[in-house]
Ligand binder design. Structure first.
Ligand SMILES: Cc1cc2nc3c(=O)[nH]c(=O)nc-3n(C[C@H](O)[C@H](O)[C@H](O)COP(=O)(O)O)c2cc1C
Length: 265
């Protein structure tokens, strides 16, 4: 992967990022719900302002009411304030967030009453992941609508799918459950981050048959990712982070295999 883009490419890439913005049809641009969805960004810096209990409850309720297959509600939400997070993990909630939710796919609960459910671990796990992820997104959007910002984490602070085995032990989770992500909630410190490079609509739509994107588009996207990341994360680089991520997913792969196919042991 090319890491040193050169000054001209870097400046051009940063300019492209700055030009990126949500692009709704003009006739719908005032829709409040759309504005909430488009405004949401992953926020990684929070003030110490506490989230009131009723606001946090409303966010959790959005998760509880999310759509899911056969209404099985194959999820568990582990909820934390900073004191409980400290007690559990020996450090503050990542980015000094005020509350956190570890979203867990859960095929164990409904099995308590559906004893004859067939053994289809990969499909069951996949469906539970889909469902729990929808609940997670419902919580994020509800938070945003209430002025609360959030970020989903798969690894920071040993808190998501890349640390699934560690979390399973830490939270005493039964077989059939897999921690997927931590959502950190809080009030944003300062302005929202600018929108990271999103692929153009015409590259992600499929008309009739799948067509791979042209290489130039994907290279331009990668250049923006590198330039944007390096500009906003001093002291590290996109490549370093990608290397860390790749090594972690390798380890997580083995652990997840063990967890998802637990009944084969
Ligand atoms: C399942 C999931 C896991 C993520 N894990 C992390 C993470 O570990 N660390 C992090 O800084 N951001 C994480 N993110 C946030 C993404 O980096 C972010 O959503 C992406 O860059 C797009 O930016 P946006 O959310 O502002 O649109 C995660 C997002 C998702 C959906």
């Amino acid at each position: 992967m090319k890491e040193n883009l050169g000054l001209v490419k870097t400046v051009k890439s940063l300019a492209k990022i700055l030009r990126g913005k949500p692009n709704p049809p003009a006739s719908l641009a005032d829709n409040e719900m759309l504005q909430v969805i488009y405004k949401r960004r992953s926020v990684r810096s929070f003030t110490s302002q506490p989230i009131p209990d009723d606001v946090f409850s409303a966010i959790l309720e959005a998760g509880r009411l999310a759509p899911c297959t056969v209404n099985l509600q194959s999820w568990t939400f582990a909820i934390f304030d900073d004191a409980l997070w400290q007690q559990t993990f020996d450090h503050s909630i990542p980015f000094h967030g005020n509350r956190a939710v570890i979203v867990i796919s859960d095929s164990a609960r409904y099995r308590q009453v559906l004893e004859d459910f067939p053994y289809c671990p990969l499909t069951e796990y996949t469906i539970a992941v889909v469902n729990a992820s929808l609940a997670a997104m419902n919580m994020n959007v509800a938070a945003e609508a209430l002025g609360v910002s959030s970020v989903m984490l798969s690894e920071t602070g040993r808190s998501g799918i890349l640390d699934a085995k560690y979390l399973k032990e830490k939270l005493n989770l039964p077989d059939g459950t897999v921690p997927l992500m931590t959502i950190v909630f809080g009030y944003a410190r300062g302005a929202y981050p600018i929108m990271p490079p999103k692929l153009p609509m015409e590259r992600i739509l499929l008309h009739g048959q799948y067509q791979p994107s042209d290489r130039a588009t994907m290279e331009s996207w990668l250049e923006q990712m590198i330039a944007g990341y390096n500009a906003s994360h001093l002291g590290t680089s996109f490549k370093t982070q990608l290397d860390i991520y790749q090594s972690k997913i390798g380890q997580a792969e083995d652990e997840l295999n063990e967890m998802v196919f637990y009944r084969k042991k």
